[in-house]
Design a protein around this ligand. Structure first.
Ligand code: PGA
Length: 272
């Protein structure tokens, strides 16, 4: 089986002015990548998902550290009268290669539905941007044994989009578009709480997500899609998640805000 490249994505949320973002990037470039003692293959893929206003100014600074740029939201339409929204082509133009869609904070505060999230993922893929599609259950859903049902419902419209893309071929090899998607499993009760899921529990859910992908998109695509864990990931617990068979990286909020701890997360994610 081809090895999936590890992906460590920082989610800055509504933190950092342009000046603060640049200071982070400069500090990071001094600490990452490590100068010697590794192959290029050993390095994880690193992404920082910054607020819209910081994106354009960050690209050159982050690329010095070999870190890619991502956004935290995108509109489903290519353009139009949508005051306050940003289209995928606009993100692509400022150098974004990733965009987070369906983060639980947006599902909660902006009432984003799973159908809307799927359309955003579709718009990102059409613009050549990799969507990081977030799913996850609430504490109450977990405690009432509904975790798999909730994740299945959240993923259903996304799977439909990916199936259609594959059926159309998208001008690439079969399955290429679907395989370019990233899924992030983030149990809501673990986000920003310091109460992370155990690595074994995270693997159980992420293994379930991969089985859903396999049932809808085939084993080859399911084996290529990267699935991240998110929720209170820190430098001292990331290795336990990455040791699990189906966990390919992390989506990190709080611990990605400081260059030193973000660099440490990347270091802990290097592959032997
Ligand atoms: P956290 O946030 O790492 O601060 O828990 C994760 C996220 O919201 O993506």
């Amino acid at each position: 089986m081809a090895m999936r490249k590890r992906l460590i994505a920082g989610n800055w949320k509504m933190y950092k002015t342009r000046a603060q973002a640049q200071a982070f990037a400069e500090e990071l470039a001094a600490a990452w990548p490590p100068a010697t003692g590794h192959t290029v293959e050993a390095l994880p893929e690193a992404v920082v998902c910054a607020p819209f206003t910081a994106l354009a100014g960050l690209l050159t600074h982050l690329s010095k550290a070999g870190v890619k740029l991502g956004a935290q939201n995108v509109h489903a339409q290519t353009d139009g009268a949508f005051t306050g929204e940003v289209a995928a082509a606009m993100l692509q133009e400022v150098g974004c290669s990733y965009v987070i869609v369906g983060h639980s904070e947006r599902r909660m505060y902006q009432q984003e539905t799973s159908e809307a999230v799927a359309k955003k993922a579709q718009a990102a893929l059409a613009a050549g941007i990799t969507p990081i599609v977030c799913v996850g259950e609430s504490l109450q859903e977990r405690e009432t044994g509904r975790t798999q049902a909730v994740i299945g419902e959240q993923l259903a419209p996304v799977l439909q989009v990916l199936q259609t893309l594959d059926a159309q071929g998208s001008g690439t090899t079969q399955g290429a578009s679907a395989a370019a998607t990233v899924i992030a499993y983030e149990p809501i009760w673990a986000i920003g709480t310091g109460k992370s899921s155990s690595a074994v529990d995270a693997q159980l859910v992420i293994g379930f997500i991969r089985s859903l992908l396999s049932a809808h998109l085939g084993a080859a695509t399911a084996g290529a899609v990267r699935i991240l864990y998110g929720g209170s990931v820190k430098p001292d617990n990331i290795a336990a998640y990455l040791a699990q068979a189906d966990i390919d990286g992390a989506l990190v909020g709080g611990a990605s805000l400081h260059a030193a701890s973000y660099a440490e997360l990347l270091k802990q994610s290097m592959q032997a």
